[in-house]
Every structure is written in structure tokens, then in C-alpha cells.
Design a protein around this ligand. Structure first.
Ligand SMILES: [Zn+2]
Length: 259
């Protein structure tokens, strides 16, 4: 499926798409980290790619940049396999790629983390990332709580009241059932820590202070139907934010440089 995926297109195709109005690049920042006994380490990569592509389709004027990983996952290192980089390296990676996308002709870069641990480091690095992007505008979707609200609303509609910050839970598992069903080890799904830990405390102390199996929340009950609704809720949230920020731009939808 090469539709909208920058790395799977030729430069000739990309040039034509950019000329045709696809001036925005969507940049998802993911992770390679444990996701409990039922989901693979690249879960946030799969989710990032799926969400980015769904957002690009919704916007109609964007392409999907290569998904960036690994991410900041020190709080998952207690389990085998997790690969983590420092916030400084992440900032450099995102800034460098954003600068490259700007030089390659994109006028707007939509930046979003598909992994909770990448929100704070990217927020801190945002001024540096913006300056690396030069003329291109960086639209950030770095409000983790707003994303969680959009997802929890879907769960509530399905009569699910748990509001544990999601990790390898019903939210991630449902979306994986849509985006990579073969990767879900359904027979291995286990309940993890259920509660409302402070998000900063989770990152500072590590997940092992809360959960033995690496899961936060409970994946049991996940369905592809819920997955599709969760993806759509995220896309509506993200597209709404982007359209609102574009409308605040002097000169309207696309800046004065736009045709
Ligand atoms: Zn995840």
C-alpha cells in the first residue's frame, strides 16, 4: 500500500503530488518498546503509520513522512527488548528530519507522537524543531490529555469506564486489530495495572513500579469495531486541530506563499 507514503513513492510522484497541493508532511514519532504479552514491540510504529495515513486521507493535502523510531522509552526498559533513546537524541532526530522535509518542499509539518513517552521531550524541543524547519510551519499535536479524552469518549460509548492511561490495553489492542490483526496474540491478552497513576510519575518511576506484565489497563474486550471508532476519533481530533490552526494563519488556509 504505497498510497500517500512518502518512502514508498518515487521523487517524480512526490513532485507531482506536492505541485498538486499536497504541501503538508505528517510526521509520526513512535517507539520500539514492550507492549505486554500480546502485542509486539513495534505497536506504536504500526499505530503511528495507521493514524498518519488515516489523517492524510482525511486532510487530502498531506503525505506521510517516514515514521520515526525508536523513541524515549526508558520507563519500559525493565522488560526484554525495549530500545530507547534520550530526549536529546529524539529532539535532534525530529529537528533534523523536519528540516529535511522543509528543504524538500513541504510547507507544513504535522508532528505527532504515537507513543506517550515522546510527548514531553517533543514539547520541550518544539522551539528548536521549529527553528530547524525554517520556513515550513510545524503544527504540533502534543496535547496527550486531549488525545486521551477523544479515546475515552469512545470507550464510554461502549460502556467501558476504565480511564487508566493506555498501554497495551483495550485502546491500543483494538486499533491493532484493525491495522495489523495478525500481530495480536489474542490468547495472551492479560489485564495489567488498572488505576489513575500520574503520567509524570509513570515516566519517572518506570512502568515496573505499577505493573508486572507491562500492561496498563485491560486489553480483554478489544474489538476491531472499537478500533475503527478509536482511529476515527483520533483523526477527527487531529484534523480539527489542524484546520483550526490553519484558519488562524495570516492569509488563510495556506499562507501567502501558497497558491
Ligand atoms: Zn503503545
Amino acid at each position: 500500500m504505497r498510497e500517500l507514503m512518502l518512502e514508498e513513492m518515487t521523487w517524480v510522484e512526490i513532485e507531482a503530488e506536492v505541485r498538486g497541493g499536497k504541501r503538508s508532511a505528517i510526521l509520526a514519532v513512535a517507539s520500539v518498546e514492550q507492549h505486554g504479552p500480546a502485542l509486539p514491540l513495534n505497536t506504536d510504529v504500526v499505530l503511528g503509520r495507521g493514524l498518519a495515513r488515516a489523517l492524510a486521507r482525511e486532510l487530502g493535502d498531506a503525505l506521510v513522512a517516514p515514521i520515526l523510531y525508536p523513541g524515549c522509552s526508558d520507563h519500559h526498559l525493565a522488560w526484554p527488548g525495549t530500545v530507547s533513546i534520550s530526549p536529546g537524541v529524539l529532539a535532534e532526530l525530529v529537528g533534523s528530519v523536519a528540516g529535511g522535509l522543509a528543504r524538500a518542499g513541504f510547507e507544513e509539518i504535522v508532528l505527532f507522537p504515537s507513543h506517550g513517552g515522546n510527548f514531553a521531550p517533543q514539547r520541550e524541543a518544539l522551539p528548536a524543531i521549529r527553528s530547524r524547519a525554517g520556513e515550513a510551519e510545524v503544527l504540533d499535536l502534543l496535547d496527550f490529555r486531549a488525545v486521551l479524552e477523544a479515546w475515552f469518549e469512545v470507550l464510554e460509548r461502549h460502556g467501558w469506564e476504565d480511564r487508566t492511561p493506555p498501554h497495551a490495553d483495550i485502546i491500543e489492542t483494538s486499533m491493532m486489530m484493525v491495522l495489523a490483526p495478525e500481530a495480536v496474540r489474542a490468547a495472551k491478552m492479560q489485564r495489567g495495572f488498572v488505576g489513575r497513576p500520574d503520567l509524570d510519575e509513570l515516566t519517572e518511576r518506570g512502568l515496573q513500579a505499577f505493573t508486572e506484565n507491562g500492561v496498563l489497563g485491560d486489553p480483554r474486550g478489544a474489538t476491531p469495531e472499537m478500533g475503527r471508532e478509536l482511529i476515527s476519533a483520533w483523526v477527527q481530533y487531529a484534523a480539527g486541530e489542524i484546520r483550526w490552526r490553519r484558519s488562524e494563519r495570516p492569509g488563510g488556509e495556506w499562507g501567502p506563499a501558497g497558491a
